[in-house]
Write a protein that binds this ligand. Structure first.
Ligand code: M6R
Length: 609
């Protein structure tokens, strides 16, 4: 939530900062601002609205600077407005700060600062930061920042510039991510690596309670307590092309179409058809430790949670281990059982989700076996978990998760096979059977994507409804949940998901001609039950659209629309059923003119509680 960018170098400052903000916009998009230093003076521009509004403002009122910082905001404290937009400043306007996170003790600090004569202009928690730095400032910015951050409670990543201690940007982190890119005679600071890729792939990742001082002559790091730190840049494998739209109207559509490749990339190098083996030694947990686990707990949020629900079926069916799945936001406050024989898996695209990270830390405190399934190498969750299984989805820019869902399912299927192999739960032929099924899936996905026009046509019949029910059973109940989540988050249509068998216990009362039902109905062990659920909906005048590979005749007699998928092993059908539900939501949202890639009120990476 919120994006920070800063630059010291030879390129055109405002262009670099604006371009960086555009690449960070998916982190927050309700207001934006920029501050540059020119000849010892700080010049700011701030606007309510998206980066395009800031761009307009800079066109009509241009500024130039030697170095500077900028921010795109997702409001927590204080409504979206120009005065609440970052950067915020101290009393004299000498110190300006951009911030990502929440300062939990800001009311208390604000009162103390007011008592000391500081004047505030905004409703934000952030504004206390420049004032606290001002209080400690004796001519050296990093020393003042070092003192100030020790007074702050909560989560923060900040970037600070000061007209009285020039040619430096000071950054600090406790919680939300902060990275520094090292280019040729230039430094770019940012809350995530995407904006850096056009400039460099050599990146230093700040850790919690670290401060960085970025100057034209170099960078140095210290702990909050002032102890100097040696930090090395790491080379990232992502490249700038990965974060372009590539001719698609929206990132979400591009990312849906990337799913066959994402699955191939996530399987690549990890399966062997000759031996019928899965190779996951890379995860960093010893085979002997995995061999002794008798229980798995999966912890995640949102789409990652839905992928975890599917992973539960993979792990229980293939590896024969009982799996529980919990929302991270609940688990972190729970008196959970410190089971030494359990593996705790944390699924997160970003690796920065505050609730998932906090739950991970609770589990680490009890010295239990933890593992991350994550898309971002070097993210907080990958650094703190004992084991790491990376999903190779590449950067996901659309706020709605799509390709990372597929990558997470792929990783969990691999993990299930790996554990089954270690625990000798199945023979080589059985494993090989599953591996071959997985390998076939990307091609089957392509078959669905090649018929995208028929899915678009189906979706366009449903754009004017205000409510939707999604039904699925067994391994496709989580897909129904994911379909409903996609529809509500990008089109703002109310959608609820239920396991088909639960409908008669309440939700069936909602069915009428104004409430269509999307049914996920691949041919599997529960298809007859799902067909009965469809009949129950039709008997109550509901409209039904089904995602299915069931015999055409049998299904088309019963439902209003069918979106066809190819034949697939029943356990792995979510890999295919997920794609039509993503596209269905996408086309409805796009046709309704919704802001598909940046839905209202959301942000890609939820780094606050
Ligand atoms: O980065 P994470 O996977 O930890 O994010 C968790 C959720 O915020 C995320 O999956 C969210 O639900 C999706 N972006 C919705 O499409």
């Amino acid at each position: 939530m919120c994006g920070i960018i800063g630059y010291i170098g030879q390129k055109d400052l405002c262009s670099v900062l604006l371009d960086g903000l555009k690449k960070l916009e998916y982190r927050g998009y309700d207001s934006a601002g920029i501050a540059v230093i020119q000849g010892g003076e700080i010049i700011k521009r701030r606007v309510k609205g998206k980066i395009s509004a800031l761009e307009q403002e800079l066109k009509s009122s241009p500024i130039r600077g030697e170095y500077g910082i900028a921010h795109t905001r997702w409001a927590t404290h204080g409504r979206p407005s120009e005065e609440n937009a970052h950067p915020h400043q101290d009393c004299k306007g000498n110190i300006v700060v951009v911030h990502n996170g929440i300062i939990e003790n800001y009311l208390q600090l604000k009162q103390e600062l007011i008592n000391q004569g500081h004047r505030f202009n905004t409703e934000t928690d952030t504004e206390i930061i420049p004032h606290t730095i001002e209080k400690h400032f004796r001519g050296n910015l990093e020393q003042a920042v070092g003192k100030a951050v020790q007074e702050l409670k909560g989560a923060f990543a900040i970037a600070v510039v000061c007209s009285q201690d020039r040619n430096k940007v000071v950054v600090a982190r406790k919680g939300p991510p902060m990275v520094v890119g090292i280019g040729k005679n230039e430094y770019i600071i940012s809350s995530d690596i995407n904006p850096l890729l056009n400039h460099t792939r050599d990146i230093v990742f700040l850790q919690d309670r670290e401060i960085g001082v970025v100057q034209p002559t170099g960078i140095r790091f210290s702990s909050f307590s002032g102890k100097p730190l040696e930090k090395k840049a790491e080379r990232v494998s992502w490249n700038p092309v990965m974060i372009e739209k590539g001719g698609y109207k929206h990132f979400m559509l591009k990312e849906i179409f990337e799913q066959p490749q994402v699955m191939r990339d996530t399987l690549k190098g990890r399966i062997s058809l000759d031996e019928g083996d899965v190779h996951l030694d890379e995860i960093g947990i010893l085979k002997k430790d995995l061999n002794q686990i008798s229980r798995i707990v999966i912890i995640a949020c949102g789409t990652s949670f839905n992928a975890g629900l599917i992973g539960k079926y993979f792990l229980e069916t293939i590896a024969g281990i009982p799996v529980e799945i919990e929302y991270a936001s609940e688990y972190r406050y729970k008196d959970f059982i410190a089971d030494q024989n359990a593996l705790f898996i944390f699924i997160s695209q970003s690796g920065e989700t505050a609730d998932t990270l906090a739950a991970l830390r609770e589990v680490i405190k009890k010295d239990l076996m933890t593992m991350a399934v994550c898309n971002v190498k070097n993210s907080s969750i990958t650094r703190e978990a004992k084991g790491v299984l990376l999903t190779h989805a590449g950067p996901e820019i659309g706020v709605a998760a799509t390709k990372t869902f597929t990558a997470q399912m792929s990783a969990l299927a691999l993990l299930a096979l790996y554990i089954a192999q270690i625990k000798k739960k199945m023979n080589k032929e059985q494993r090989l059977g599953y591996i071959q099924e997985l390998q076939r899936i990307p091609h089957q996905m392509e078959n669905i994507l090649n018929k995208v026009r028929s899915i678009e046509a189906a979706a366009l019949d449903f754009i004017s409804y205000s409510h939707f029910l999604y039904l699925g059973r067994w391994v496709n109940y989580p897909v129904a949940r994911e379909g409903a989540l996609k529809l509500k988050e990008i089109s703002y249509i109310h959608a609820e998901a239920y396991p088909g068998g639960e409908m008669k216990h309440g939700p069936i009362a909602l069915i009428d001609e104004k409430m269509p039902t999307m049914v996920i109905a691949p041919r599997d062990r529960v298809i007859d039950k799902v067909l009965s659920n469809i009949s129950e909906v039709k008997a109550r005048l509901g409209t039904v659209v089904a995602v299915s590979n069931q015999d055409q005749k049998e299904l088309s007699d019963k439902v209003d629309k069918v979106i066809n998928i190819p034949e697939i092993h029943e356990l792995f059908s979510p890999f295919l059923t997920a794609i039509p539900v993503q596209l269905f939501a996408y086309y409805i949202a796009a046709e309704r003119g919704a802001d598909v890639d940046q839905p209202r009120n959301l942000a890609k990476s939820v780094t606050v509680e």
